[in-house]
Ligand binder design. Structure first.
Ligand SMILES: Nc1ncnc2c1ncn2[C@@H]1O[C@H](COP(=O)(O)OP(=O)(O)OP(=O)(O)O)[C@@H](O)[C@H]1O
Ligand code: SF4
Ligand SMILES: [Mg+2]
Length: 300
């Protein structure tokens, strides 16, 4: 299967100012690995603040100016440079943004989706938007309509990779399911889809693989089918996510993800981990295990 996008050992820091003179660096992504393949939906799951949106923005090349990036990103095996990102953005590389502020407030929504009226009509039909919506400005849309307009805008250009950053909040369960089916179809027609989501139970029904993020790093990449049974998962945090799913009783895990400015040494999950041992004072490298990838010394 061809890799559309490969992200290897990605780290991302922000230069922050504490008052007028003191400057510090906050690392928000560390040694993150993820691959999007042709024909596949890869779900990216992890709690709030785990770096999911920043990964999307890094891939598109739309990070704020105080961000510094390290590691490799490849597009069909070629380095994904700033020039290439600019050429691909909005065309072969499309984002369904998490925030509604990505729509231009001064341009009617139809024009923001596509100049081709037939494409707009096709997408509106699919997302149950009335034709008149094309003439509205973004502030005239409800939350659910905005979400559907943003999905339509990303899918209008026949992308090779769609990154959908939390595309379903504000949608009814029916429309959320509808959007998921559309992402699945896009992958089945040969493109890659990266589906960033909190809703793991919904995502695993449509995804092929799941990348689990914790505090800015990938702790596990598993087949979506592995989420059927905790014994099939590899990392203690993936097992904690599994236990927190509604069908598994919403069982919470004690503790909280560390704040980006205050990461522990060694394994980032160690403060919450029941399997922790002396070796976990080092950062565990990513390794292949049972057809997936895991960053944990004790996963078996
Ligand atoms: N411009 C910025 N400057 C400094 N820190 C930032 C900036 N943008 C994001 N962060 C921090 O980076 C971390 C990751 O943020 P990100 O938005 O990627 O999280 P997320 O996984 O998308 O969360 P959510 O599920 O809430 O959308 C957070 O701790 C956030 O506070
Ligand atoms: S490396 Fe150690 S602390 Fe980290 S998840 Fe694995 S067992 Fe737990
Ligand atoms: Mg986000």
């Amino acid at each position: 299967m061809t890799n559309v996008l490969e992200v290897k050992n990605l780290s991302l820091s922000f230069r922050m100012y504490d008052g007028a003179f003191s400057r510090r660096t906050v690392r928000v992504i560390s040694n993150l690995n993820v691959t999007a393949r042709e024909g596949e939906v890869i779900a990216v799951a992890g709690s709030s603040g785990s770096g999911k949106s920043l990964l999307a923005h890094a891939i598109l090349g739309i990070l704020p100016k105080n961000a510094s990036l390290d590691g490799e990103m490849a597009w069909f095996g070629r380095p994904l440079t700033a020039n290439l990102q600019k050429r691909l953005r909005g065309r072969e590389l499309a984002l369904v943004p998490q925030s509604v502020t990505h729509l231009d407030p001064l341009i009617r929504v139809g024009k923001q989706i596509s100049r081709d009226k037939a494409t707009v009509a096709r997408l509106f039909d699919r997302y149950h938007l009335e034709a008149g919506v094309a003439r509205l400005f973004p502030h005239e849309l409800s939350g659910g309509m905005t979400r559907r307009v943003m999905i339509s805008a990303a899918l209008a250009g026949e992308p090779k990779l769609v990154i959908a950053d939390e595309p379903t909040p504000g949608l009814s369960p029916h429309l959320a399911e509808h959007a998921m089916k559309h992402f699945r179809e896009i992958a089945d027609s040969g493109a890659a889809v990266m589906l960033i989501t909190h809703d793991l139970s919904l995502a695993i029904r449509f995804a092929d693989r799941v990348a689990v993020f914790y505090a800015g790093t990938t702790v596990e990449t598993a087949a979506a089918a592995d989420f059927a049974d905790t014994a099939l998962l590899r990392h203690p945090y993936s097992k904690a996510l599994w236990a927190a799913m509604p069908q598994n009783g919403f069982t919470p895990t004690a503790g909280a993800q560390p704040y980006a400015g205050d990461l522990p040494e060694g394994c980032l999950y160690a403060p919450r981990c029941g399997l922790r041992s002396a070796e976990c004072a080092e950062a565990p490298p990513s390794r292949a295990l049972r057809g997936g990838e895991v960053s944990c010394f004790h996963a078996s």
